[in-house]
Design a protein around this ligand. Structure first.
Ligand SMILES: N[C@@H](CCC(=O)N[C@@H](CS)C(=O)NCC(=O)O)C(=O)O
Length: 216
């Protein structure tokens, strides 16, 4: 079996896939693309993924992109340690949590905060009303996800796709909180989510997936 994984450090979507690959114990060949060198726009990569995005995998010649279909595909090709374990209802719940994370926590909470703090032009001030609304929504969603924990992780005592999809967003919350005091995100994680994040960070393969440029 040949499995190639194209990653970009700092991409929350690609980070999901890296954690999942490690958790499943699938052998893979890692290629890290540099966004600053625009590696993703180079013809060799665009020939694989015309949308020029990470994560992308190539499994025995089959190219696939979009993190969530990749997670489901990896689960199907892995011999054990399922990312979507359990009954049809338990698997549906994992998919529901991921969709909620994208639609609510990310789209309505974290993304507006990120936009206000990182994407405004030079000299432009963040819109405080939008920042406050994003922070309020984020806090509500963090409580919600805390209430959805079922044991050590979101779907029991082993991490699943729900945990790997959510974790990079939480890592961003922590990083923005540390780097931008004006975000008001420092200390926003409620204890259940802070403890859950610490459990993800204690996984034996976590360290190798951590963005190197975030260490400073
Ligand atoms: N919906 C996609 C989003 C992937 C995505 O936005 N990847 C970004 C990095 S975070 C990327 O590769 N951007 C490079 C580009 O668009 O040229 C997924 O879930 O995989």
């Amino acid at each position: 079996m040949s499995l190639k994984f194209f990653h970009g450090h700092g991409s929350p979507y690609a980070w999901r896939v890296w954690l999942a690959l490690e958790h499943l114990g699938l052998p893979y060949e890692l290629t890290v693309l540099s966004f600053s060198d625009k590696d993703q726009m180079k013809p060799g990569f665009v020939a694989i993924n015309p949308r020029h995005q990470v994560p992308t995998i190539v499994h025995d010649g089959f190219a696939l992109w979009e993190s969530l279909p990749i997670l489901e595909y990896l689960d199907e090709i892995a011999p054990a340690r399922r990312l979507y374990p359990g009954s049809a209802q338990e698997r549906a719940r994992i998919r529901r949590l991921i969709r909620e994370e994208e639609n609510h926590l990310d789209d309505q909470g974290l993304t507006p905060i990120y936009q206000e703090l990182y994407t405004r032009g030079p000299g432009e001030q963040p819109d405080m009303a939008k920042l406050d609304a994003g922070r309020k929504k984020l806090a509500e969603e963090l409580d919600y996800f805390g209430s959805e924990l079922k044991g050590r992780f979101l779907a029991g005592d082993s991490p699943t796709a729900a945990d790997f999809a959510l974790y990079p967003e939480i890592a961003y919350v922590k990083r923005i909180g540390a780097k931008k005091p004006e975000s008001g995100l420092a200390g926003i994680l409620p204890p259940p989510i802070a403890e859950w994040a610490a459990r993800i960070e204690a996984l034996p393969y976590f360290d190798k997936t951590f963005p190197p440029h975030w260490r400073s």
